[in-house]
Design a binder for this molecule. Structure first.
Ligand SMILES: C[S@@+](CC[C@H](N)C(=O)[O-])C[C@H]1O[C@@H](n2cnc3c(N)ncnc32)[C@H](O)[C@@H]1O
Length: 362
């Protein structure tokens, strides 16, 4: 249910517009099958402690139903819905919420969406959190990914992976220059000579590595100049850019119903797509407007020269050294229920040092 007010146009550009409104009100006035891509990151927070049940997860699903219905209606048959969702912990527990998986299942099983592909956005710069489970009790590892559900109205949305190719890795370049002998892999996969053909670039996996470390963008400079607080939960521009490139053509319509600082609109404008962003909270739009006020350079990927655009994940086992676990402390018998008095640093401790007097998730 919305307040039914007419959505206000907050800002217009040659290709798009920002509405200061409830996106349900905007969608109710949007034509059926008129949008090529819905690219969005909805709000979510599990904030209150509950003693039982999944009340908050269920409330979230109920809240989402009106949006799901409108998304399905306004999307073209060959269009896509891309939803970025951070995972969540159950309040006060080292247990994950299932809300994003439940949402995916609800969208597919009750609203008729198809899962074109699931993506994982890995943020290599994410700090270990929640500190209580990760740094203090050491019973969970850090949560470094968001799930990104790519959904569609049929199993055949318009898409091309040619738009998101990535440079060959150094080892692939070596293999291409030294030549490759076709052979059967241990998995039984038959790799033919075609594997060694240099196609100029490689097809990316469904893991997208983007550090969320924006610190000197046009948007942030604008906010600073005007004394505006930047939106606290922005996604990096490369995330919507990936899907806008892969799933739309110039002049297609891109819609972000949870616009925030309107990153999606900025990227769509730069790529020549039409777009609409809707945001409920006016203060977030004050900064969003700055994204369109001056000519901005497209952001460059922030990577060190040494890594040449690649982010590295350690192969598990680099520190295992045989049966080393016998030398480290035994597993906590209570599963970590009791908070350790001191942080004991073992030989294999490679995590960040934490001060357990201040770090807490409660
Ligand atoms: C996770 S943020 C999106 C951030 C955005 N992707 C960015 O990078 O700036 C979700 C936003 O949805 C907005 N929102 C929540 N409910 C809404 C609604 N019914 N209509 C429009 N915006 C809404 C919130 O105010 C919040 O700014």
């Amino acid at each position: 249910m919305t307040n039914g007010q007419l959505p206000t146009v907050y800002h217009r550009t040659p290709l798009g517009c920002i509405h200061h409104a409830d996106s349900l009100d905007v969608m109710e006035r949007t034509g059926t099958a008129s949008v090529d891509l819905i690219m969005t990151s909805p709000p979510f927070a599990l904030t209150r402690k509950k003693d039982y049940g999944n009340e908050q997860e269920d409330a979230y699903l109920e809240w989402f139903r009106d949006f799901a219905e409108q998304f399905h209606r306004i999307l073209k048959d060959d269009g896509s819905l891309v939803i970025d969702l951070g995972g969540a912990w159950k309040p006060g527990l080292p247990e994950r919420s299932l809300y994003h998986f439940k949402l995916l299942i609800m969208l597919c099983e009750e609203y008729g969406f198809h899962l074109a592909q699931e993506f994982y956005w890995w943020n290599p710069s994410k700090l270990p959190a929640p500190a209580e489970w990760v740094n203090i009790r050491r019973i969970r590892v850090k949560d470094g990914i968001n799930t990104v559900w790519w959904l569609s109205k049929t199993p055949w949305p318009r898409a091309s992976n040619r738009r998101v190719l990535q440079p060959y890795s150094e080892s692939m370049k070596t293999l291409l220059s030294n030549g490759y002998r076709a052979k059967l892999r241990p998995s039984g996969h038959d790799i033919s000579e075609k594997f060694a053909i240099d196609n100029g670039a490689s097809i990316p996996p469904n893991l997208i590595a983007i550090p969320n470390t924006e610190s000197n963008s046009g948007y942030l400079r604008y906010c600073k100049e005007k004394g505006i607080k930047a939106h606290p939960a922005r996604f990096p521009a490369a995330l919507p850019e990936y899907f806008i490139r892969m799933l739309t053509d110039p002049e297609d319509m891109v819609f972000d119903p949870f616009g925030g600082s309107c990153v999606t609109g900025e990227v769509a404008e730069r790529l020549g797509r039409k777009w609409i962003c809707v945001e409920l909270v006016e203060k977030y739009l004050q900064g969003a407007k700055g994204r369109f006020e001056t000519e901005r350079e497209p952001p460059k990927p922030r990577t060190s020269k040494r890594d040449e655009g690649y982010y590295r994940v350690a192969h598990p086992g680099l520190l295992w050294n045989g049966s080393d676990e016998r030398k480290s402390a035994p597993l906590p018998e209570d599963g970590g229920r009791r908070r350790p008095a001191l942080i004991r640093r073992t030989e294999t401790d490679a995590g960040r040092e934490t001060d357990n007097r201040t770090a807490s998730i409660f």
